[in-house]
Design a protein around this ligand. Sequence first.
Ligand SMILES: [Zn+2]
Length: 269
Amino acid sequence: MNRNEPRPSARQRALRRSREVVAGVVQELADDDERTPLPEVPTATSMGLLSCHACDALSPLDQEGQPCRRCGATLHHRKPASLTRTWAFLLAAYILYIPANVLPIMITRSILGTQEDTILSGIIYLWVSGSRMLAIVVLIASIVVPLLKMMILTFLLLSVHLRSTWRLRQQTRLYGLVELIGRWSMLDIFVVALLASLVRAGALAQVDPGTGAAAFGMVVVLTMLASLSFDPRLLWDAHDHAALEGTNRKDAHPKAPAGAAPASAQAND
Ligand SMILES: [Zn+2]
């Protein structure tokens, strides 16, 4: 009976395989917190210390703002004004994201006239003219990736503000993802350069970058600065704070059951 069924094509098999992989990753992420509770581990702060960001030397917490005894770098418990600076860079990036997409990124002048192209019209042009793969690359690099980066950073900032202890490990991984994408941010600029060079191929055309290109470059730089300004340790401060409160409560009520502290920490989830 099975012999009569059509064999799945290579494409169908690849599709099914990738679906299984994605489902596996999603399941793993969903199970992670339930299966393995966060271990109580000592941190520099819990031991009354802060570590130098330049040479990792440990100093007492009250040395905040003083030069490191070993390398001379200014000591900080957390990146100074991390939240304010990240918000500032991020909001500026959000604002510039609009002109980056609305204003023309390049102006083409030829004997046929002048044509202004935005990122989206460039993508549509590439798609219609048959370069579908390139259209998808430009769409991902120029529209999806910057927006994703900004949205993840917004989520992390809100999480710090709300002192959320929800899936901190996954949140830390999200920040790692932003940093990973950050290294490829210049891909966006590269794609714009590629677009410009494609049009330059027409010998009688002159291509100039539009105002949108400047805005776009600023978005890339601002999101990089925003992710650099963010201190992921702030995410864990909420957990340490909750754990400390739990311990204090246990000390105040010695008869409280042993599981009281983790239960109260999970109540915030
Ligand atoms: Zn140092």
